[in-house]
Design a protein around this ligand. Sequence first.
Ligand SMILES: NC(=O)C1=CN([C@@H]2O[C@H](COP(=O)(O)OP(=O)(O)OC[C@H]3O[C@@H](n4cnc5c(N)ncnc54)[C@H](OP(=O)(O)O)[C@@H]3O)[C@@H](O)[C@H]2O)C=CC1
Ligand SMILES: CC(=O)N[C@@H](CCC(=O)OP(=O)(O)O)C(=O)O
Length: 337
Amino acid sequence: MPSNGGPKVSVFGASGYAGALAAALLQRHPHFQLSAITSRSDVGRRLDDLYPRHRVPLAMEELDLDRHGDVDAAIVAYPHHAAAPVVAGLRERGVRVIDLSADFRLRDVPTYEQWYGEHAAPQLVEHAAYGLPELGYRERIQVADVVANPGCFPTAALLGLAPLARAGLIDDVVIDAKTGVSGAGRAATEKTHYVTVDENVAAYGIAGHRHTPEIEQELAVLGAEVMVTFVPHLLPLDQGELISAYVKPTREISDADVRELYADRYAHEPFVELTDRSPGVRDVRETNIARITTQVDARSGRILVFAAIDNLWKGTSSQAVQNLNLMFGYDESEGIS
Ligand SMILES: NC(=O)C1=CN([C@@H]2O[C@H](COP(=O)(O)OP(=O)(O)OC[C@H]3O[C@@H](n4cnc5c(N)ncnc54)[C@H](OP(=O)(O)O)[C@@H]3O)[C@@H](O)[C@H]2O)C=CC1
Ligand SMILES: CC(=O)N[C@@H](CCC(=O)OP(=O)(O)O)C(=O)O
């Protein structure tokens, strides 16, 4: 364990894909000290035994809020519902928290309960900052005690659509998304079984994926009050995510003007890459980068937007470290460039 004197951070749920990567990024971070990692089913097991490539030589411990809460910050990498009570316990101990689950992303508790069921810590919702810095949340994240790290699909979709939303250009939008299997977490199910996924591609969550209200909430904040059609597809990839968005614009706009809008909006964003080439998931693999391209379809007048991210990096764990950097006053690229 490094003792570089920087803020101490615990990672809860380190045996999962997101928690393990968060621990690995913190382990080699120039400022933070990875203090402890926890799990329920892998207590005593070293993380570099479970995930050798992450090279974190620490054993996972059983959660003890008093001991593991004696830190400056924590990353909670639990599933939704399980996260909220632990986030509340950490806040009672004064720990600043980044929650990777969906528990604090939706600002309206009834909307959360409609999509996820009963909320275990509704009193904390109004205190959470939405952890997508590029959407204009940097100042809120810097002072936040709870940061709700966005969902992976909302990260890609919102980064792809934000310039259009801010410009009042979205009349209607369909978001078609593709994801690798690691997005479903470590537990194997029929949906993620090799035999189901290999050589296959299929839509899921068709009747309404739970990321839909999160995307709508943030588009509305940016000025686009739209009902979104969002359909994800599962591909035989481990990591990576691509969204293809089809926007009916509120007014006619040229391809050059759309490109200029994006270039202006993202000119100073270290983690947004604009490209003329259709972005692929391999272009952003194991990076905190969102790679985006736009194209106006001259025939239909629709604006087409493509955005690729790595679901475990910008979609989750490296974005969490980006947020942690902001919360503790470091350059937001530290440890994730
Ligand atoms: N994978 C991805 O691409 C993304 C994930 N996220 C979110 O990040 C969080 C973690 O995801 P991911 O790592 O993929 O999931 P995993 O299923 O891989 O890991 C979940 C972790 O939480 C622990 N856990 C599971 N159930 C409970 C429980 N009831 N109480 C306490 N701990 C529990 C698990 O270990 P153990 O059972 O040993 O305790 C494990 O450490 C989730 O909220 C997910 O939605 C967000 C964006 C993208
Ligand atoms: C392949 C797969 O199942 N992916 C997940 C997305 C994971 C994620 O980003 O979302 P949360 O943090 O909101 O769980 C899903 O569609 O639910």
